[in-house]
Design a protein around this ligand. Structure first.
Ligand SMILES: Cc1ncc(COP(=O)(O)O)c(C=O)c1O
Length: 419
């Protein structure tokens, strides 16, 4: 079928003119290359800085300067309640109820905290099903949890790999593995989007299969939050965790979001690692013995909020509220299709790579991963020299992620021109 796209700068310009979200680009700070903004395709790794962040962080520094310890209780956003200011936007972003989400800590920490509650091996049900080649932090977290409970990772972790000669997983194979190992599985842990291939998984059906098997279902949404339309409450996983420094543009090491499904909101029997900020807010400062968790995800908090990074996150979440996730996803579908078209044109002209991200739009987000040949690293380095920021993942993949909040169709045309 002939493409609807055209390989010309005028065509890209028309797409930009027609883009209802085009003004959001001005809300971000672009690094410069030879006096021009770089071609930034790395929002899947670290999102650009929203202009509003500087003012938001400065406001908290001023608040601290003006009130010192009283800043916990004074001003428009008293620090004592700061995590709550992020709740509504966070819930909207992942399709959750407000009491199902909380922002706290960082991603790997939260993955551990969630596994403390939702990896409860007992009897012959002690295994974790996950993808082979998961992000290393997730692999280490799972291995260490399994060992912590006295099991051997080689036995207790079931990894699902793509079939011979294929790059990505088939949903049917995931569901089949869950049903075959159902009786011995304690937890099914999957990413929303696979960091290396860019594949998006069928989270709803993975959840169903895990629950049918009698296991818990949890997701690492590092590459998914702010990228895909999510309906976590309806899909029903037991937990999910994500970071805020990729598509959520909240700055390096930014805080993590956590989802705990409503069905676990008021179960004091569920084991957890507790801290004072998860304790009932009304009696927290009585400093008494006996942990009494708050209702919902907030009851998993350990510490008081890291105000400066939360302030940056709050400023960024406001942009998502303004842009709205369904509009971002609809622009993203078009942009990624245009990137795919542009890359395929470059390939037809002789560049040595193939796209390993699924071609089906519902099985990917905005990222496309290119498996390169022997000249891959040199190609990547040449692009970097010319002001393209993408990323290289060992052993031989280049990832490009056009982000609907701040990338333009002209960025993609320029990339194609350089390729
Ligand atoms: C899928 C995934 N999981 C976990 C992590 C680790 O995140 P953190 O260093 O914030 O704990 C990352 C970081 O990029 C990631 O992409």
């Amino acid at each position: 079928m002939p493409s609807l796209f055209q390989p010309s700068p005028e065509f890209a310009r028309i797409l930009d003119q027609d883009d209802p979200l085009r003004s959001f680009r001005d809300k971000f700070v672009f690094p410069q290359h030879k006096g021009e903004p770089v071609l930034y395709f790395c929002g899947n790794s670290l999102g650009l800085q929203p202009v509003a962040v500087r003012e938001a962080v400065n406001a908290e520094l001023d608040h601290w300067g003006e009130y010192a310890v009283e800043g916990h209780f004074r001003g428009e956003k008293p620090w004592m309640y700061y995590h709550k200011f992020l709740t509504e936007s966070t819930a909207r972003l992942v399709g959750a109820l407000p009491h199902e989400v909380v922002v706290m800590n960082t991603l790997s920490v939260n993955l551990h905290l969630m596994m403390v509650s939702f990896y409860r091996p007992a009897g012959k049900r002690y295994k974790i099903i996950m993808e082979a080649g998961a992000f290393p932090s997730d692999q280490y977290a799972v291995e260490s949890q399994v060992r912590f409970h006295g099991y051997d990772p080689a036995d207790a972790i079931i990894e699902i790999s793509p079939r011979e000669g294929e790059d990505t997983l088939r949903n049917a194979d995931i569901l089949d593995t869950i049903s075959r190992h159902g009786e011995e599985t304690a937890l099914v842990l999957f990413p929303g989007i696979q960091y290396y291939t860019g594949q998006y998984f069928d989270l709803e059906n993975i959840t169903k299969a895990a629950h049918q098997a009698g296991a818990y279902a949890g997701f690492d949404l590092a590459h998914t939050a702010g990228n895909m339309m999510l309906r976590l409450h309806d899909w029903g996983p037991d937990f999910a965790v994500w970071c805020s420094y990729k598509y959520l543009n909240s700055g390096p090491g930014g805080p993590s979001g956590v989802f705990v499904h409503e069905r676990h909101a008021s179960n004091p029997e569920l084991p957890r690692f507790a801290g004072w900020w998860g304790h009932d807010e009304d009696s927290r400062f009585r400093m008494e013995k006996g942990f009494n968790p708050m209702y919902g995800a907030a009851g998993w908090q350990l510490s008081n909020a890291q105000i400066l990074s939360f302030a940056a996150h709050l400023a960024s979440l406001k942009i998502f509220d303004e842009a709205e996730m369904y509009r971002l996803r609809s622009k993203s579908l078009l942009m990624t299709a245009y990137l795919e078209y542009t890359l395929n044109n470059a390939r037809a002209r002789g560049l040595d790579f193939r796209i390993i991200t699924p071609g089906y739009k519902n099985a990917r987000g905005c990222q496309l991963s290119l498996l390169t040949g022997p000249g891959g690293r040199a190609l990547f380095d040449r692009l970097t020299e010319q002001g393209v920021v993408a990323d290289w993942r060992e052993p031989n993949v280049i990832r490009f992620a056009p982000v609907p909040l701040y990338n333009s169709f002209t960025d993609i045309w320029k990339l194609g021109n350089l390729l």
